[in-house]
Design a protein around this ligand. Structure first.
Ligand code: CO
Length: 134
């Protein structure tokens, strides 16, 4: 069922500082910041040869990553995103397996304009998992 690792998302308290780390220190290609008010984040994409890293900074008052940063003020890995061919089939399979799908269980449009779902960290080795239909 699982395809490629689409991205690793890292929550950061300061997007500019995070960009400096990846651009200047690590020499990676980093996109311009992109505000995503619907998701409560501003994001940059770090392009790597085989996958992406996304740096997420809270945007607005009810950002879903604020609680994470309250617990980990320096930032940290927030979720991993795996590609699937058919997100509805993947969701139905996981529900059958007893996994919890977050929210109302219906795919939302993610940062790349594709359908995404999030899965409960307690069911996935303590890691928040995003599925994206490739
Ligand atoms: Co993501």
């Amino acid at each position: 069922m699982l395809g490629r690792l689409n991205h690793v998302a890292i929550a950061v308290p300061d997007l500019e500082a995070g960009c400096r780390v990846y651009k200047s220190m690590l020499g990676a290609t980093v996109s311009e910041p992109q505000a995503e008010p619907d998701h409560g984040v501003t994001v940059v994409f770090v392009e790597l040869p085989n996958t992406k890293v996304e740096l997420l900074e809270p945007l607005g008052e009810n950002s879903p990553i604020q609680a994470f940063l309250d617990k980990s003020p320096a930032g940290g890995i927030h979720h991993v995103c795996y590609e699937v061919d058919d997100i509805i089939a993947a969701r139905d399979h996981l529900k059958q397996e007893g996994a919890r799908v977050l929210g109302d269980g219906e795919p939302k449009t993610g940062a790349h304009g594709k359908p995404v779902l999030f899965l409960h960290p307690k069911d996935f080795c303590g890691t928040l998992v995003e599925l994206e239909q490739a």
